[in-house]
Design a binder for this molecule. Structure first.
Ligand code: CO8
Length: 239
């Protein structure tokens, strides 16, 4: 995302471009992992407040802009959020829609909508609560308190924290590591982990079992298991 003067405030145009680019990359079988990043000063400082202020409840409902965000949930390719600086409001919700977050030590996460007289509207009350638990989610959402990268790591909101000059490289490295695995198993594993947030335990475990059988039916699984036995690196083909 590259709207630095507005700290990557998520205007309708920017979100449309983000969702469109993610869907395009997802449709390309050669792409095995995606990194979504902003600038050094901000991943994104939230929905564009000027647009929100100018819109009406009916225009928000009619243009279905927030619904567009749901398309990110449907991506099959893993998305790594590379977060440096402000990651607030809709920006934090966007990062939480990604599969994992790699954060610079400068990152600041928050849901400050309460200061504007509104509340998170793109999943923040639900995803933040699932990520960090009720007490901290209530604290952040009701007071607007921001947390730093280390605190976010301790709470399980982010996967890794790195030095400020390394945030993008590390996110790309993690994405590269994922991209080197068998893509069928990666996609099924991502779907199975997502089930943990959507389904009761018994349904999620059943989903995982079927995903496991499906992955085992792939040529990549045969290659991976054989390569281990033959003490050589696997050569995954995505079949
Ligand atoms: N929207 C529009 N412009 C913004 C936003 C934003 N969210 N955040 C920053 N900007 C602009 C500022 O207006 C300023 O512009 P200008 O230079 O023209 O005055 C520029 O970016 C730089 O910002 P600051 O001068 O304020 O920089 P500071 O370093 O002093 O402060 C902060 C940085 C703390 C990030 C501060 O800018 C701030 O508080 N921003 C707002 C954060 C916020 O409240 N975010 C939540 C927005 S509401 C939301 O996200 C609801 C999501 C619901 C989903 C809706 C989907 C459509």
């Amino acid at each position: 995302m590259n709207r630095p003067k507005q700290l990557n405030a998520l205007s309708g145009d920017l979100m449309g471009a983000v969702v469109g680019a993610l869907q395009e990359l997802d449709a390309d079988p050669e792409i095995r992992a995606i990194v979504l990043g902003g600038g050094e000063r901000a991943f994104a400082a939230g929905a564009d407040i000027t647009e929100l202020a100018a819109g009406t409840p009916v225009s928000l409902y009619e243009n279905r802009r927030i619904d567009e965000w749901d398309k990110i949930r449907g991506l099959r390719t893993p998305v790594v959020a590379a977060v440096s600086g402000f990651c607030l409001g809709g920006g934090c919700e966007l990062a939480m829609l990604c599969d994992l977050i790699v954060a610079s030590e400068t990152a600041k996460f928050g849901q400050p909508e309460i200061n504007l007289g509104v509340l998170p509207g793109a999943g923040g009350t639900q995803r933040l609560t699932r990520a960090v638990g009720k007490a901290i989610a209530m604290d952040m959402i009701l007071t607007g308190r921001m947390i730093g990268a280390r605190e976010a790591l301790g709470l399980g909101l982010v996967a890794r924290v790195v030095a400020k000059e390394a945030w993008l490289d590390e996110a790309k490295r993690v994405a590269g590591e994922i991209a080197a695995k068998g893509p069928i198993a990666v996609r099924l594993a991502k779907e199975a982990v997502d089930q943990a947030f959507e389904a009761p335990l018994s349904v999620g475990v059943e989903f995982e079992r079927r995903a496991f059988y499906l992955a085992r039916a792939s040529e990549d699984a045969t290659e991976g298991l054989t390569a281990f036995v033959e003490k050589r690196p696997p050569d995954f083909k995505g079949r």
